[in-house]
Design a protein around this ligand. Structure first.
Ligand code: KG4
Ligand code: ZN
Length: 336
């Protein structure tokens, strides 16, 4: 079954052709980052307009790269939740028109399930049940994947997403948006032993939930306090301290999960899962507890449509297609 998948939930316009949920025949991602960087974050109205301009050519390229025509496509899938509503609507409207024109079944896909499904493209033998830790610019959660379309949310962030915290710390260091990748380079460059003390993103009142806002604020306060005292802030040391604090917070949550349930495989995905420091730390943690660690390839960590096509295959196996009344839904958890 060949699915043409479309993703436009935030600041990447993406399309891919995916076969049987496991093989991406093509994958095109057109990023809008340069348009938003001057504003220090994603501007929803600019995102919608840029999606409108890009979507047709991105889909055409995905078909051409896969060496196939619309007549060879069996279904159309599109991210319809969660995300920026105007951005989502561009993909949803385009997907609907394609489904109508070519008389194809249409599937509305949960973006968060898509991030998890990127792992199906990594390992053709991967089957639920398994666990997933998803860290991105908009979302942060731990879930048990009971079945391809059956999820239990174990823990989530009470405030900011991990990626927002990375980008905020980068901003303190005058790194342009989105600064997560550059922050990694600075952390890697730090050779010292001493770290700045920072509060954990592992929430005290709950064993599984996260809170990144206190950590973010602590970094801002640290920078102000040092500036007031006339002391210099060591950027590499801050990047390393922040990354280490996030690592420890993630390990703390995983340890708590291990106390309550068996974890055989841990999938690690989402834009922040590209971080080498986090990948190494979680890899070592999983080795220690005899868990199979499956970090998604860096090329599939950020938003893309191949992951949407992978999930869509299983939604198609398990459900009925959407009507042409399919709408964009700005807020949804992985199990909704
Ligand atoms: O998954 P994604 O592309 O978009 C959302 O669904 O939100 O994630 C984007 C986020 C940004 O916050 C970006 O700074 C962060 O992922 N990111 C990283 C790295 N690469 C991207 N954060 C830490 N280390 C990286 N190497
Ligand atoms: Zn995402």
């Amino acid at each position: 079954m060949k699915i043409l998948a479309i993703e436009s939930s935030c600041d990447e316009t993406a399309a891919a052709v995916v076969e049987d949920g496991r093989r991406a025949l093509s994958g095109v991602v057109r990023t809008q980052i340069p348009l938003h960087a001057v504003y220090g974050g994603v501007v929803p109205e600019i995102a919608s307009r840029a999606h409108t301009e890009a979507i047709a050519s991105v889909c055409e390229k995905a078909l051409a790269d896969a060496n196939c025509t619309m007549e060879e496509i069996d279904a159309v899938a599109v991210t319809n939740r969660p995300g920026l509503v105007g951005a989502l609507l561009v993909g949803v409207s385009f997907a609907k028109s394609l489904a109508y024109r070519y008389r194809l079944p249409l599937y509305g896909i949960n973006h968060l399930r898509g991030h998890i499904a990127a792992a199906y493209l990594m390992d053709p033998a991967l089957k639920p049940p398994f666990h997933a830790l998803i860290l991105s610019g908009g979302h942060t959660f731990l879930a048990r994947v009971n079945g391809y379309t059956d999820f239990t949310l174990i823990g989530t962030t009470r405030d900011d997403a991990a990626g927002e915290a990375f980008d905020k710390v980068a901003r303190v260091l005058n790194i342009p948006y989105p600064g997560g990748r550059e922050l990694q380079n600075m952390a890697d460059a730090y050779t010292g032993e001493e770290l700045y003390p920072l509060p954990s993103p592992a929430l005290k009142e709950d064993p599984f939930d996260f809170s990144f806002s206190g950590l973010k604020t602590a970094v801002v306060n640290l920078a102000h306090n040092l500036a007031q005292k006339g002391e210099t802030l060591d950027g590499n040391k801050l990047a390393a301290s922040f990354t280490r604090t996030v690592q420890e917070g993630l390990k703390n949550r995983l340890k708590n999960v291990l106390e309550t349930e068996d974890v055989e495989t841990l999938v690690f995905a989402g834009g922040v899962a590209a971080n080498t420091g986090l990948r190494t730390a979680l890899g070592n943690f999983c080795d220690e507890y005899c868990i199979r660690f499956l970090p998604v390839d860096v090329s599939l960590c950020g938003d893309n449509a191949a992951m949407i096509g992978a999930q869509a295959y299983y939604e198609a196996q398990n459900g009925v297609p959407a009507e042409l009344t399919l709408n964009a839904v700005p807020r949804a958890e992985v199990n909704e």
